[in-house]
Design a protein around this ligand. Structure first.
Ligand code: GLC
Length: 465
């Protein structure tokens, strides 16, 4: 089909979005958990990175030789940034050393603070688009952290005495601010190491996390008890990715699985979604895949996380294929394998330029509803990328400029599957499941990228109606 006509066809599909944005306001209650933290955003240039590499004494050989994806000293931090920067990929490494954290504060600093953690980000996004009541779990809520929550009176959390209050007004004085470093970089920037130049192919971010509470998956018992009494439409969970097997992370996942099961029993009509995050510890990743994913009704995942999960689900050759050729066709095989091995009813992949949802035929959200939710998610995510936040006025101002990359990927997928309808109206099938596809809206110079996946997954679900 003529590219222009193809694009116009999808622009037309996007015209449903304002209606969906209104419908979101009918959603009565959502709870988000378990991780909320402060993100310290820092824009890293290639020049600054080159200086840092020199300063910590790394050679070209060193930066290219990554032996561990953990931060035990400053060199690990710089290597992590270099890896993400040079490949344009998103990674998060755990910083296990308070001295490195202090060094980061001194050496890097930050441009701005904002709410972080999948739970925190989703709570802000959902309250900003008008969900009636959003309950955010927070294992730490001192003033500095509470202030990062949206100034919405319907975004709620619990104070130290178990009283429910607008989250932004809480000040649990004894709590620690949990700060993560978000090192963002722009596409096309170049870093030079020992005379060799690396150009970053894609704007992305590297996260260095020092977070004693989320690392131990500390739960706020006030939230856990009181939330069971609330009538919720959705529960969106995440925050297991920072656990470490060597510090008992697998047992913590077992315990969390028990708590989630209890919660689900008390809330049989609530849809539980799990957002997969970049999890470096293979044993933890495996425990998430085998113990938490099967408990969820739905999961959200990106291309990297798909490859990562395949690795721990004994699908190494498919993981390799997805890694070598990160196409929609390969990734669809990937998410279908994940669905098959875990039994989860709905998997939504957000890849560069395209979203794919694979779900059971009798899933409680219809393919049509899902399609509308995915279109809405693309517009809200584009607005967040462009302006740095989610605000109704900005969301409405986003032009439906459907991405060429997404259209090309969608077209090849529909040809490979022999399903022209997939390219034309996003509706298809794969094995015995429904497949829904939406090419997204890409923003050329995004202000921020952190939390994009969380925004896409949560809006996509909540706007599916
Ligand atoms: C991870 C990080 C957190 C960030 C979030 C974005 O949870 O720890 O800092 O805000 O990812 O998705």
């Amino acid at each position: 089909m003529d590219t222009q006509i193809f694009k116009q066809l999808w622009q037309k599909h996007y015209e449903i979005v304002p209606v969906q944005l209104q419908k979101i306001k009918q959603v009565k209650g959502v709870a988000t958990g378990f991780n909320a933290n402060i993100d310290a955003i820092y824009k890293m240039t290639g020049k600054k990175l080159a200086e840092l590499i020199k300063k910590v004494g790394l050679s070209l050989g060193d930066v290219e030789n990554i032996e561990r994806c953990r931060i035990l000293d400053e060199k690990d931090f710089v290597k992590g940034v270099f890896k993400s920067f040079s490949r344009g990929i998103a990674e998060e490494w755990i910083c296990e050393n308070k001295e490195v954290y202090d060094w980061l504060q001194k050496e890097i600093g930050y441009d701005k603070l904002q709410i972080g953690g999948q739970g925190g980000i989703m709570a802000n996004v959902l309250s900003s688009v008008g969900v009636k009541k959003v309950f955010a779990h927070a294992n730490s809520l001192p003033k500095l952290q509470a202030e990062q929550f949206a100034k919405c009176d319907h975004l709620l959390s619990f104070d130290e005495n178990g009283n429910v209050k607008p989250a932004y007004q809480i000040d649990r004085k004894k709590d620690l601010p949990l700060i993560h470093w978000i090192i963002e970089f722009s596409r096309g920037d170049t870093v030079e190491v020992d005379g060799k130049k690396f150009k970053t192919p894609k704007a992305n971010r590297f996260i260095a996390t020092y977070d004693p509470l989320n690392l131990k998956l500390v739960l706020d018992e006030n939230f856990m008890e009181k939330i069971k009494k609330e009538k919720l439409d959705f529960v969106v969970l995440s925050g297991f990715h920072a656990l470490l097997a060597k510090s008992g992370g697998e047992a913590l996942i077992d315990k969390a699985a028990e708590r989630i099961k209890e919660w689900k029993q008390k809330a049989p009509d609530t849809l539980f979604h799990l957002e997969i995050a970049s999890t470096q510890d293979m044993l933890i990743r495996k425990a998430i895949a085998l113990k938490l994913v099967p408990l969820a009704d739905s999961i959200g995942i990106n291309e990297r996380e798909t490859i990562d999960l395949l690795q721990v689900l004994d699908c190494k050759s498919l993981a390799k294929r997805c890694n070598e050729q990160t196409t929609a066709e390969n990734l669809l095989k990937g998410i279908s394998k994940i669905k098959e091995k875990t039994g989860v009813k709905r998997v939504q992949l957000h890849m560069f330029g395209l979203y794919l949802t694979l779900q059971d035929k009798d899933f409680c959200i219809t393919p049509q509803e899902n399609f509308k939710g995915m279109l809405t998610a693309a517009v809200v995510a584009a607005s967040k990328a462009k302006t740095g936040e989610v605000d109704e006025k900005n969301v409405k101002a986003i032009p439906y400029d459907v991405s060429d990359v997404g259209l090309i990927e969608l077209d090849s997928l529909s040809v490979a599957l022999g399903q022209p309808d997939l390219a034309l109206n996003g509706m298809g099938r794969y094995k015995s499941w429904d497949l829904i596809a939406v090419p997204t809206i890409l923003i050329e110079n995004p202000i921020t990228l952190v939390g994009m996946g969380d925004t896409i997954s949560s809006i996509s679900l909540i706007a599916s109606r």
